[in-house]
Design a protein around this ligand. Structure first.
Ligand code: AN7
Length: 358
């Protein structure tokens, strides 16, 4: 079979997940059991319409292509592998949804118990379904993400038995930095600008770390400007103070007190970038634009990066990467709210022809 395959270089097509593929940059050893679902190597999609609008070369790093449909898998493979190495039986996290889906999947793969705390009423349906179907113990709390994270921190401090797999777990950041490696490996150059949504601020921290590591190793020869975007109703870093009651349609980034606040500010300042706010209306506009003009369906929070690009001037001819952090199917309710659902039509050839105008 292999010899007859029309696909070139078959060996290279086997992808072992981000920990093995970037092992040299990972804090693992011979005794680390690598728990993987083959995450990473997500599409980097050229965006012709955006490129034309911005007079730049714009690419979308589509993290919805990961096994549980979000970028969280990059960090979770390492966090769960290290938890397994340390003999942990139970992992716990607070989540706006994607972390819980990813933790539930990787914990299940490792044979561990997973407990997740999520804000009641503010988690997208797809994410809730995922956490439940992978078998996690799901606790909806009568509070928001920030309150959930406080409780999880306390659990971690008071019990040896549970491992916290939020991005305060440093292995999460180490795994997530592979997104930056992939972008450089795929493009062959470092982008001039890196646009990214900011919630708890782990991902902007991770990408900046990844870009810096390739630079220090001499693999790359420049660094991008880090361009972070928070939802206007949940923009503590932009405002410079904690937001007690964060609100946004992008529930994934409905966070008022980010755990990696200082690191995000450092990434912004060291790279000469910005962290700004985008309105919900701008997020939804970018969300619809991506689906209809670039044919990429992401979740609302992901569109914050492109909403940011829409209103930011970039140098003509520059290379721009926007990270789309999660899959559109994560949040079917928002998708359906943005379109008009068609009425049922008679099941006849005539009725359908009439509808089609043929
Ligand atoms: C789709 O799942 O915080 O700035 O608990 O799901 O690294 O927090 C999710 C965050 C962007 C923000 N896009 O990333 C969680 C959670 C999507 C997300 C973010 C999240 P960070």
């Amino acid at each position: 079979m292999a010899e007859n395959s029309g696909r070139p270089d078959r060996e290279r097509m086997v992808w072992r997940g981000v920990v093995e593929e970037y092992r040299r940059f990972m804090p693992v050893n011979d005794k680390t059991p690598i728990v993987t679902l083959g995450e990473g190597r997500t599409p980097l999609i050229y965006a012709p319409v955006l490129s034309s609008i911005k007079s730049a070369k714009v690419y979308l790093k589509y993290e919805g292509g990961n096994p549980t449909g979000s970028f969280k898998d990059r960090g979770m493979t390492l966090a769960i592998s290290k938890a397994a190495e340390e003999g942990s039986q139970t992992v716990v996290c607070a989540s706006t949804g994607n972390t819980s889906a990813s933790a539930a999947a990787y914990a299940s793969k490792a044979g561990m118990t997973c407990a997740v705390l999520i804000p009641e009423g503010y988690i997208a349906l797809g994410k809730l379904a995922q956490a439940l179907i992978y078998g996690a113990k799901v606790m909806q709390i009568k509070g928001n993400f920030d309150q959930a994270l406080e409780i999880v921190r306390e659990l971690g401090e008071n019990s040896e038995k549970v491992t916290v797999v939020n991005s305060i777990n440093p292995y999460r950041i180490e795994g997530q930095k592979t997104g930056a490696f992939e972008i450089i490996d795929t493009l062959g150059v470092v982008p001039d600008y890196h646009f990214i949504p900011v919630g708890n601020a782990g991902n902007i921290t991770a990408y900046w770390k990844g870009y810096q590591e390739y630079y220090k190793e001499g693999i790359s020869s420049s660094l991008p400007k880090m361009m972070g975007f928070q939802a206007a109703g949940a923009a503590p870093i932009v405002l410079g103070h904690v937001v007690e009651r964060p609100e946004t349609v992008a529930t994934a980034i409905r966070i008022g007190n980010p755990a990696s606040w200082d690191n995000a500010v450092r990434a912004r300042d060291e790279s000469g970038g910005v962290i700004r706010a985008v309105e919900d209306s701008e997020i939804l506009e970018a969300y619809r634009f991506l689906a209809t003009k670039e044919s990429v369906f992401c979740e609302p929070a992901s569109a914050a990066s492109v909403a940011g690009l829409m209103k930011t001037e970039v140098k003509p001819g520059s290379v721009v990467v926007c990270v789309l952090t999660g899959h559109g199917l994560k949040d079917p309710d928002v998708a359906i709210s943005q379109i008009s659902v068609p009425e049922a039509v008679d099941a006849t050839y005539e009725a359908i022809s009439k509808e089609l105008g043929i």
